[in-house]
Design a protein around this ligand. Structure first.
Ligand code: DAH
Length: 340
């Protein structure tokens, strides 16, 4: 019987050493220590032993059970450790690999300049209003006092939708909309897209952007117009910027002028960028609102007067950021846009 016990212990430990999974351990435990296990069955035979032998064999059997239980427990821990290491190895992440950065968008330089301009005028007490990109021939030309034969009305210059509707060629029709709806005092700016049948080159695009300004009140004079323009030009480009008013002709203003600002590259000294004139040309058109335009909108020109100006936001953006080709603003090449 002692021998049998030793054989059971030896066999169990040998088998245990071969085992690699927890399932197999459990099977082995049942095989040797379970209710019908080898050790249990052997102990049932104790009854046939002489009385004095029984305690000795009983003690031995208990020792064998303890040895086996301890070894099984040890093996279990070993396997758990191996399995855990295998899992950790499989789930390992390399935290030193650089992450993937999503491309983050930014505001387009045109939009930034537009918002900067709007903020500037808001601070000066103007309201920001919007007008539609499709407007009436009446608002875009007639009410703005454009004579029937004005060249800008030509089909080769303007995108007509039908007899009465067109893609606005300027933001000036917003003036008409505002004056028809609101009574003075009026102080508004309005920015947005405008359209003309232009061939694309480095300074022309069939779609471009303007900002319109309109002030109507009692006693508004040309001095107010000049002061407002000088103020915002200095705010936008810097204190040392000068303006130059050249007489011009617009149907909706009288008198009218075009405004140039000092060349940003040479600050007025004269350089290649400004063809040695010292001036960045035609930043905006302006003038005192024509009495006929006020009348067309139901405002009495004997009581009220006003000034207005319209500027190219694309031009302002190009001057401000020293961009030499308008197409860059619309091609949306990431390498260009990243610079702003
Ligand atoms: N609408 C003119 C243009 O597109 C610009 C302009 C000139 C707007 C004089 C005005 C103005 O409001 O008073 O060339």
């Amino acid at each position: 019987m002692e021998e049998k016990l030793q054989i059971i212990q030896k066999n169990a430990i040998e088998e245990l050493n071969e085992i690699e999974t927890k399932d197999e351990i459990e099977k082995l435990r049942v095989k040797f220590l379970g209710k019908k296990g080898e050790l249990t069955l052997l102990l049932r035979e104790m009854g046939s032993l002489p009385k004095e032998k029984r305690p000795i064999i009983g003690k031995m059997a208990n020792e064998v059970r303890t040895v086996l239980e301890e070894n099984i427990e040890k093996k279990k821990l070993e396997i758990e450790k191996i399995e855990k290491n295998k899992r950790l190895e499989k789930e390992k992440i390399d935290i030193t690999i650089p992450g993937k950065f999503p491309d983050i968008g930014k505001r387009h330089p045109l939009l930034k300049v537009k918002e900067e301009l709007e903020d500037l005028f808001l601070k000066m007490g103007y309201d920001v209003v919007e007008g539609p990109e499709i407007d009436t021939v009446e608002n875009n030309f007639d009410a703005l006092n454009a004579p029937p034969d004005h060249p800008s009305r030509d089909k080769s210059d303007t995108f007509y939708i039908n007899e009465e509707l067109l893609l606005r060629t300027q933001t000036s029709p917003v003036q008409i909309r505002v004056m028809k709806e609101q009574k003075p005092p009026i102080r508004i700016v309005s920015a947005g897209r405008t359209f003309r049948f232009d061939e694309v080159d480095d300074t022309h695009s069939p779609m471009f952007h303007q900002m319109e300004c309109l002030v109507v009140d009692k006693n508004v004079t040309l001095a107010n117009l000049k002061d407002s323009i000088n103020h915002f030009v200095k705010e936008l480009f810097g204190e040392d910027m000068e303006t130059r008013f050249r007489p011009h002709n617009f149907p909706f203003t009288e008198p009218s002028a075009e405004v140039d600002v000092s060349c940003l590259v040479c600050k007025g000294k004269g350089c290649k960028a400004c063809s040695y004139t010292g001036w960045s040309m035609e930043l905006l058109g302006c003038g005192m609102v024509h009495p006929k335009v006020l009348e067309n909108c139901g405002i009495d020109p004997n009581i009220y007067s006003g000034y207005a100006f319209g500027m190219g936001i694309d031009r302002v953006t190009m001057v401000k950021h020293k961009i030499n080709d308008i197409r860059l603003l619309f091609e949306n090449d990431i390498r260009f846009l990243k610079q702003f």
